[in-house]
Design a protein around this ligand. Structure first.
Ligand code: KE4
Length: 398
């Protein structure tokens, strides 16, 4: 079990799915059972499982070698695709996971501002970086307490945790710590407490507060990047961060993530600058081949028109069965009738009922995220048939 959420304990199972293969919107487990997949590897597979162009590109790349530890043209081409797509990104560094991208972006922000404090939001997840595995305390804005054993308090003492969508909490935190604040890091559309959109003005307020305090605004677009729009949430909401973290779709399902932003910030990275960051498999040729095979097709505007149509169809079908929250091709059906504006709200959802829904659907060959606090990831492989079948099965749950 190489990542906890896969264990399916959050939905009351002690035997997780073991997958044999994927194809389009479907998974097949090792016993030959077929499932309609709404997890889609947690977001990377915008064209579905075993997408023919991606598989062919990876196969071709593998025949030329799997890793060189030296620059390749594909890395430059993928960087160019990212710079072309993501409005605020002038330069980008490729890494191997979202965690590595977040860790590196945090270090870069601290170096660039010569400050240590980082403000994050309860319920937002940026990978298992020690400094960002900080849970919220009881206060409006609390100094981060380690949210896992093995994270020394010293590494989270400079992490401040605020409530998502709470502009006043952020403003008071900036007022108190402004001089020492290196960055505000946020999922511009939260996906790790279930899908929680930013309330109108929230992202703009973060931008203003960063400008006023000299802190950098970091958008963690690992999920939203290339999903809610080709240019991610920063394009959709027209709010420009100083640094952007990308993952999932950018690697086409292979281990590739990235962080990027203004050239004056990115130039601080070694070898051009003095901020150390490195990786044996950074820009790996198989991963860049997969990323390019995907990103090169996202310039077609019909991609996002289709994703929006399918997302809207799913949302309207789910609406009678709980609180649906959606942005583009990411959605969550919360087991509550109340709006979910932050992690406290999300935790009031009936997770037992969600677990019962998960098991009901799994028995009917439909694989929902094995946690209430995750999303449904619509892909271009999910057609009306898949959507309508899912809606009917949820209606049958009652
Ligand atoms: P990875 O290190 O797992 O590649 O990325 C970490 C990460 C960073 N930022 C955001 C917004 C993320 O959602 C993630 C990882 N997402 C989870 C699921 N929401 C990955 C699934 C898992 O942990 O197994």
């Amino acid at each position: 079990m190489n990542s906890p959420v896969r264990a399916m304990r959050a939905v009351g199972l002690d035997e997780p799915l073991f997958v044999g293969r994927g194809e389009g919107a479907y998974l097949e487990d090792v016993d030959g059972n077929r499932y309609l997949d709404w997890v889609m590897s947690w977001g990377p597979l915008i064209f579905g499982h075993a997408d023919l162009e991606t598989v062919a590109a990876v196969r071709d790349a593998a025949e030329r070698g799997t890793s060189f530890g030296a620059p390749t043209e594909a890395e430059v081409e993928l960087a160019a695709e990212i710079v072309d797509a993501v409005p605020s990104v002038e330069k980008v560094r490729l890494v191997s996971s979202g965690t590595e991208a977040a860790m590196s972006a945090a270090r870069l922000a601290r170096a660039f501002t010569a400050r240590d404090r980082i403000l994050k939001f309860a319920g937002c997840y940026h990978g298992h970086v020690d400094a960002l595995l900080a849970g919220a305390g009881s206060g409006v804005a609390t100094l981060g307490l380690p949210s896992s054993p093995g994270v020394p308090p010293a590494t989270t003492k400079d992490t401040i945790v605020c409530k998502f969508n709470d502009v006043d909490a952020v403003a008071s935190t900036v007022a108190e710590y402004g001089e020492g604040l290196a960055a505000i890091i946020v999922e511009p559309v939260a996906g790790n407490m279930g899908v929680v959109p930013p309330e109108p003005g929230f992202l703009e307020a973060l931008r203003r507060l960063c400008d006023a305090s000299g802190a950098l605004l970091v958008f963690d677009e690992v999920i939203t990047g290339f999903r809610v729009a080709r240019g991610g949430a920063q394009e959709l909401f027209d709010v420009m961060p100083d640094l952007t973290i990308l993952g999932k779709i950018v690697g086409g399902g292979l281990p590739l993530a990235a962080f990027g932003g203004r050239a004056e910030i990115m130039d601080r990275l070694a070898p051009s600058g003095d901020v150390y960051q490195a990786g044996t498999l950074s820009g790996n040729p198989l991963a860049t081949a997969a990323g390019l095979a995907v990103l090169r097709r996202l310039g077609d505007p019909s991609v996002y028109e289709q994703l929006e149509q399918r997302g809207a169809r799913l949302e309207s079908g789910l609406a009678p069965h709980g609180r649906v929250q959606r942005v583009g091709a990411m959605a969550t059906l919360f087991m509550t009738d109340e709006p979910v504006r932050n992690f406290d709200d999300a935790q009031r959802a009936d997770t037992d009922r969600y677990g019962a829904l998960f098991r009901h659907l799994l028995d009917r060959g439909i694989y929902l995220a094995p946690s209430q606090f995750e999303g449904m990831f619509v892909s271009l492989a999910h057609g009306d048939e898949e959507i309508d079948r899912t809606i009917q099965a949820i209606a049958d749950f009652g």
